[in-house]
Write a protein that binds this ligand. Structure first.
Ligand SMILES: [Zn+2]
Length: 86
């Protein structure tokens, strides 16, 4: 679910690096913000725990994802050039 929304928003942010490192950072940031108790060593595990039942929760996911994009875009760990996305 989080990954599908990531892919959707990613298309609207062509300047975002989007490599595996940055993608993982955005997703982990998002999941940790939404579900602080789901801290896990396995990213896949965390993401499957994230369940979104309503449009309201989906909207919240988009907001947090965008925050993640902005944060990771400003300081990509992969060494890409930082970009101001929003
Ligand atoms: Zn990157």
């Amino acid at each position: 679910m989080a990954q599908r929304e990531y892919d959707k928003l990613r298309l609207q942010l062509p300047r975002f690096c989007g490599c595996d490192t940055c993608r993982g950072d955005v997703l982990v940031y998002t999941v940790n913000r939404l579900s602080p108790h789901y801290v896990s060593t396995s990213q896949g595990e965390v993401l499957t725990e994230l369940r979104l039942g309503s449009d309201q929760e989906k909207a919240k996911l988009d907001v947090v994802l965008l925050e993640g994009f902005r944060k990771v875009g400003l300081a990509p760990r992969c060494g890409a050039k930082p970009v101001q996305l929003v």
